[in-house]
Design a protein around this ligand. Structure first.
Ligand code: ADP
Ligand code: MG
Length: 293
């Protein structure tokens, strides 16, 4: 393509809310034959909500949530925000929400959080966090987790002083139109892969819903960055933990509503945060680089 064609291409992209950072980014996009999608906030809406609470011990829900919220209020994770929001609803009578004080707060990336609240050790997170903390997972909790994950929800365990006392079910639905985007990409001969830090059960359920056959779950940021060989890979993501993968991919595409770090790391920014614009970007690149050859 001529420099003019490239300029036109990036210009058209910009007018449609697809910010292409330079000619190289526009050129690489037409060769893409595989797209790796982050799950949370990319394929899903990214505003998770607590949809169910299962207590395994005889406890008052409100007291349970006081301890959980006091711990999670220190975390920036979207799941933490969902949990704190729900805890607020459990005491609707109060206008200002002050949680008990938490000491020794620790965030374990990709696993959960831990703190001491009212002299109790509170741990909120996934199964591996409990196992790493030498906390046994009771059979009933295991069963609730399987049930929750089968419904494409994330199950979060809560332990108090070394004992699992509750399971939270958190739902983060697919973005509207996500299924269509995947089926169009398939018709364009593009392979789709979903990658997530979430557990395998939930990941597989979501992937099935959206129509993606290849899944990488319980992935660390550096695993997200590992490239499929022989393929020209585009990575689509929104989170800080997606940035290494956005850089490593042949083409990194960031969701406009995502974190600044992801936007900076990407070659292309989907300003409208529409998944359809992944197709817009590839189309534009294909048009620019096949018409004028
Ligand atoms: P994703 O790739 O979906 O953004 P993360 O790597 O951030 O996932 O987190 C992976 C998993 O770790 C979550 O699905 C959840 O089970 C657990 N987790 C992470 N942060 C928290 C938190 N603040 N509270 C509870 N669980 C958490
Ligand atoms: Mg994400």
């Amino acid at each position: 393509a001529t420099p003019t064609a490239v300029m036109v291409g990036t210009g058209v992209g910009a007018s449609q809310g697809v910010l292409i950072k330079g000619g190289q980014a526009l050129e690489s996009a037409h060769k893409v034959n595989c797209i790796v999608f982050d799950k949370t906030g990319t394929l899903t809406i990214g505003k998770p909500i607590v949809v169910n609470t299962r207590l395994l011990k005889n406890m008052v829900l409100r007291n349970f949530y006081e301890l959980v919220a006091a711990t999670e209020v220190n975390s920036e994770h979207p799941l933490a925000k969902a949990i704190v929001e729900y805890a607020k609803k459990c005491r609707e009578d109060e206008e200002i929400h002050v949680w008990p004080e938490a000491q020794d707060f620790v965030s374990i990336t990709g696993h959960g959080v831990r703190a001491t609240v009212q002299n109790k050790e509170i741990i909120v997170g996934n199964k591996s966090l409990m196992l790493d903390s030498n906390i046994p997972i009771p059979i009933d909790a295991e069963e609730i987790l399987i049930e929750t994950e089968g419904m494409a929800q994330t199950g979060i365990l809560v332990s108090i002083d070394g004992e699992v006392v509750g399971v939270l079910a958190i739902s983060d639905p697919l973005k509207p139109g996500a299924q269509d985007v995947i089926s169009i990409l398939k018709s364009m001969n593009v392979r789709n892969i979903m990658v997530t830090g979430d557990n395998w059960g939930t990941a597989n359920s979501i992937a099935k819903e959206v129509g993606i056959e290849s899944v990488i779950a319980e992935a660390k940021p550096e695993q997200k960055a590992e490239k499929a060989s022989g393929l020209i890979v585009a990575m689509v993501g929104d989170g800080i933990n997606d940035s290494p993968a956005l850089v490593a991919a042949d083409v990194g595409m960031a969701i406009g509503a995502g974190t600044d770090i992801a936007i900076e790391a990407a070659d292309i920014v989907l300003m409208k945060s529409n998944l359809e614009d992944v197709i817009t970007a590839i189309d534009l690149s294909r048009k620019t680089f096949s018409r004028i050859r």
